[in-house]
Write a protein that binds this ligand. Structure first.
Ligand SMILES: C[S@@+](CC[C@H](N)C(=O)[O-])C[C@H]1O[C@@H](n2cnc3c(N)ncnc32)[C@H](O)[C@@H]1O
Ligand code: SF4
Length: 453
């Protein structure tokens, strides 16, 4: 799907003057993807106190953390990458991890101040922090708000204490309830909870009871994740040694649809495969990903997708920062950033992103949105004639109509099996376009400019 990668070894040139940047924007404005002047920003805090049994995220359990070095490096990398992107506005910031609630509030404040020095970060821009609901996290919530955080995402996972132990979490249900209550007091209407279903030996009935309890205490946003058995994790080994058993696909499908119905009954609107909000409390930051907007990622292992305008770039690039914190720190100290991998995204790569991310939204991809990225080929033209796509429409999983392309209620649960068909059709369309263009360019032209057939 993506093209060969290029490891960045050279120092990024950041001395480009504003005048030159404006010139790049002016001369390439027709080819730059939309929203190139703004981005969201993700900050990865790579440390945790304990390894959860199911987690394969980029996280480390250190003996100690040098907070002042981490702060300096996050600030330096934010400065480098915001300047490289030349965006004038950062629309939201998300501190994720790892366990960012282990960071010092002064680190959060320093990173936000650095961002504000290099781009406009409005006073009411969404600033989210992921919180592990331990007493340590709870004690710092107020200071995080003073530092500039205005939205919390709390990793409750489950309210079942036995399951929390199986998952290797370092909190219990009482800690979760206390943290949730304090977060709601500090940021009313702006608290999200992460919950996982499809856990070892979990039944649909126990899930219903648990969700009922959670819905009676939660705020206005819920992220619902199906537990994925990740290779290399402790849980993976336990399941393969038959020490634990995972629920079957039919059971997890029932859990998902039960949860969707229960959430809807409580006034939540599902706006994405895993995300539900009431009173309009959607995650603006995550909406940015699903709408294929630019984002900058800082911190070990963070991902970003933006145009490096200050380095003369005119195409969006997918960037990954160095995974290992000590190596990342050295690289940032030496060259201002720890970008390890950088892949240039061509027009089709970008449309793949628009398709894959956009179909996660319940509203799908509107024609207007698609047109921003693909002014010359609309969704009907690319997908409408395909027999495979028509089959998906006939089975009621996919809808392509005057609004755009979207999954039906049932289709959203099957998204992973729908996407390969759509990606094949997208690639086939642009492949045939390229062939046609190639044929036309080798045909001799008459004097009046018409092609010979
Ligand atoms: C990686 S954690 C980081 C935030 C914080 N450390 C925590 O654990 O809550 C973010 C979310 O990813 C989800 N997650 C992590 N590993 C997962 C897995 N294997 N399957 C499903 N969800 C997972 C959890 O719900 C978690 O809340
Ligand atoms: S789930 Fe969260 S707390 Fe647990 S190891 Fe992963 S990042 Fe750390």
């Amino acid at each position: 799907m993506t093209r060969a990668c290029l490891v960045i070894r050279r120092q990024l040139s950041l001395c480009t003057t504003t005048k030159v940047v404006r010139e790049v924007r002016r001369t390439t404005s027709t080819s730059l993807p939309p929203f190139s002047d703004e981005a969201t920003l993700y900050v990865h805090w790579p440390y945790c106190l304990k390894r959860c049994t199911y987690c394969n995220f980029n996280k480390y359990i250190p003996r100690s953390v040098d907070h002042s070095v981490m702060t300096e490096c996050l600030q330096r990398e934010a400065e480098t990458l915001v300047r490289l992107s030349q965006v004038s506005r950062i629309t939201s910031v998300f501190f994720g991890g790892g366990t960012p609630s282990l960071a010092q509030p002064s680190t959060i404040a320093a990173v936000l101040q650095t961002i504000s020095r290099h781009a406009h970060l409005s006073g009411d821009a969404e600033v989210t922090l992921e919180v592990n609901p331990t007493p340590v996290g709870l004690a710092k919530l107020k200071d995080f708000v003073i530092a500039g955080v205005n939205r919390f995402s709390i990793g409750v996972q489950t309210l079942n204490d036995d399951d929390l132990k199986v998952l290797g979490r370092d909190h219990n249900s009482q800690h979760a309830l206390r943290t949730l209550s304090e977060a709601k007091r500090l940021c009313p209407g702006r608290v999200s909870v992460d919950v996982m279903f499809g856990r070892p030996s979990q039944s649909v009935e126990s899930w219903e009871r648990e969700l009922e309890k959670l819905l009676s205490v939660c705020d206005d946003h819920v992220s619902l994740y199906q537990l994925t058995l990740e290779r290399g994790t402790h849980l993976f080994k336990q399941v393969h040694r038959d020490e634990l058993s995972m629920p079957g696909d039919d059971v997890t499908a029932a859990m998902y649809s039960t949860a969707r119905r229960m959430l809807e009954k409580e006034g939540f609107v599902q706006y994405e495969v895993s995300n539900f909000a009431r009173h309009g409390a959607v995650s603006g930051h995550n909406l940015g990903y699903w709408k294929a907007q630019q984002y900058i990622g800082i911190g070990p292992g963070a991902h970003g997708r933006f145009i490096p305008i200050a380095a003369g770039g005119v195409q969006r690039e997918a960037r990954t920062q160095t995974l290992e914190p000590d190596v990342w720190i050295r690289e940032v100290q030496q060259r201002g950033h720890g970008t390890r991998r950088c892949i240039k995204l061509n027009h089709v790569d970008l449309l793949e992103e628009v398709l894959v991310m956009g179909l996660r939204l319940t509203e799908g991809i509107t024609h207007e949105h698609w047109k921003l990225f693909s002014p010359n080929a609309d969704l009907h033209r690319i997908l409408g004639v395909s027999a495979e796509v028509q089959k998906l429409q006939q089975t009621g999983t996919l809808i392509l109509d005057e609004r755009g392309l979207q999954c039906s209620w049932g289709g959203l649960a099957l998204l992973d099996s729908i996407l390969p068909t759509l990606l094949v059709e997208l690639d086939a369309y642009f492949h045939s376009q390229r062939l046609q263009e190639g044929r036309q360019s080798v045909l001799p032209q008459h004097r009046d400019g018409q092609m010979e057939r």
